[in-house]
Design a protein. Structure first.
Length: 528
């Protein structure tokens, strides 16, 4: 089949070339479509939450409330944007997984593009082939996600005896919003493919992947991290001092300041992984005496940015998990302070007790538990991306591994190299992310207070305490003190999340060793 550079490529030819390839290419397309389906499903659900139409004011407790749902997360208007934001954040690790899946078998795909170029295609046409492959796989995934969304919406529609629903299965996003997700995600994936191919120069006889970054990583991400943590720690006291001096602040000043600090800290952690990998490689090279850490040190120093690409979603989940645990500790302290105040009121004669605030504090604790569960699911998806990256790295370096094995390096040593190369940057980076997230969460609040009150009461008979005049003459005032509880550092939650994360990373390394065993055969030396 001949392709004339002067003529445009027909859509049928473009489609056949985009879908052609080996089993590795088929696996890449399937995993890319699956990742797009998961991301699209989360986006569809988030749009559904935002599309909730509250009943009229006369049917609800207050404007904006949607009493047709049993969950306060959906009924309360102030909580629905947070639910939608959490669902959209779930797409971040999924999209990172899609990016890792798109790198599976990339060298073989580049060689195939070089062959197509030798057959007469233009460089732009070869790039269109790769873009079409990623875009079509993502389009199939988003369409499958839409079909799954419609199916789940029908299966989960189960109103109770009062007609209230546990999930928003009675509303649908607008057709424009659905079409934006259906077509927007494939366009984003295609654009990402264009960006990745920007550094690949394909020629008829060979291909070259130009290095975009030279020299050791810079430490400027640390500046972002330090700035974000300083903002998180000092924002609340600084704004309290400002208000205490008689100044006024807009209502959303504190959330915006904390959001800026949190975003800066997250970017510092994620972008600083390259520097952590480089430093870990230097330390291993300086102090290690065994072959495995020495080889891993050289690989970490040669490509420290590989860690930042692989661990970005995992570190983002670690920051969110630790931050959520710190905020939950504050809500627990607030619940304890409110419960202690309620017990004090209950023991005081003549004062009615209301536990509504205690129940509301318990609701916030339950909400943070749901967010923690969502973050854990996102962590599993991020670890799936790590597994794909490990497998892809082993496959891409199979000729190097085969050469080392042929020269006498045992496979066990190569397995330890993979473990060192993965864990050396992961362990300090995850610990740093957990610490940063904890400081961000504690920047929200560390001291829970149940405000005291001056309560006028009367413990006499009805003839003495009847009406306002009787209470004024025979009553007395009870002063309830402020009850303060300090939010504890969630050491147990941090230890549990860190341990589970490291265990799952070790499991991913174990699966990567299976690919390493198949990639060290002598036949791989003849792989083109």
């Amino acid at each position: 089949m001949s392709l004339r550079p002067a003529a445009g490529m027909r859509p049928g030819t473009l489609l056949r070339l985009a879908l052609a390839g080996t089993r590795t290419d088929t696996l890449r397309v399937v995993l890319t479509a699956l990742s797009a389906a998961l991301a699209a499903l989360a986006a569809y659900v988030a749009l559904t939450v935002l599309a909730i139409d509250p009943p009229s004011v006369g049917d609800a407790r207050q404007p904006g409330w949607a009493d047709q749902y049993t969950s306060p997360l959906l009924a309360e208007p102030g909580l629905r944007p947070g639910v939608a934001f959490t669902l959209l954040m779930m797409t971040v690790p999924v999209l990172a997984l899609a990016g890792q899946c798109a790198r599976i078998g990339a060298p073989g795909r580049d060689r195939r593009l070089a062959a197509v170029l030798l057959a007469g295609a233009t460089p732009r046409q070869t790039r269109w082939i790769a873009v079409a492959e990623t875009g079509l796989a993502s389009l199939v995934g988003t369409a499958a996600g839409l079909a799954l969304y419609v199916l789940l919406r029908a299966l989960l529609h189960s109103p109770d005896a009062m007609g209230r629903l546990p999930l928003p299965t009675d509303v649908l996003p607008s057709p424009a919003a659905l079409a934006a997700v259906l077509l927007g995600l494939p366009l984003v994936a295609a654009f990402a493919a264009v960006v990745m191919l920007r550094r690949v120069t394909v020629s008829p006889l060979d291909l070259d992947r130009r290095a975009g970054r030279r020299g050791p990583p810079r430490v400027w991400p640390g500046v972002l991290l330090v700035f974000g943590l300083i903002v998180a720690v000092t924002a609340t006291p600084a704004l309290d001092w400002y208000v205490g001096n008689g100044h006024e602040l807009p209502g959303r000043t504190l959330p915006v300041v904390l959001a800026v600090g949190g975003l800066s800290a997250i970017l510092g952690v994620v972008l600083g992984t390259g520097w952590i990998s480089h430093v870990a490689g230097r330390l291993l090279h300086r102090f290690a005496r065994r072959p495995a850490p020495l080889i891993a040190a050289r690989q970490l120093q040669a490509d420290p940015w590989n860690g930042s690409r692989t661990f970005a979603a995992l570190l983002t989940c670690a920051v969110f998990a630790s931050g959520t645990a710190a905020v939950r500790a504050y809500f627990v302290a607030q619940r304890e302070a409110t419960a202690a105040q309620s017990r004090l009121i209950e023991e005081t004669p003549g004062i009615a007790v209301s536990y509504s605030t205690v129940e509301m504090d318990g609701f916030y604790v339950g909400t943070t538990d749901l967010i923690s569960a969502a973050v854990f699911v996102a962590t599993l998806v991020a670890l799936a991306g790590l597994l794909v990256a490990l497998a892809g790295g082993v496959v891409a370096r199979r000729r190097t591994h085969a050469a080392l094995a042929a020269s006498g390096v045992p496979r066990s040593v190569l397995g330890r190299v993979l473990a060192w190369q993965t864990l050396a940057p992961v362990v300090p980076a995850v610990l740093l992310a957990l610490g940063a997230g904890t400081l961000l969460g504690r920047g929200y609040a560390t001291e829970a207070t149940a405000n005291g009150a001056h309560i006028r009461t009367c413990d006499g008979g009805p003839d003495q305490c009847g009406g306002r005049e009787g209470i004024r003459e025979h009553g007395y005032t009870i002063e309830l003190p402020d009850i303060v509880r300090q939010a504890e550092v969630p050491w147990a939650d941090l230890a549990l999340y860190g341990s589970v994360t490291f265990a799952l990373v070790l499991a991913a390394v174990g699966v990567g060793l299976l690919f390493l065993r198949a990639g060290t055969s002598v036949e791989e030396l003849r792989t083109g």
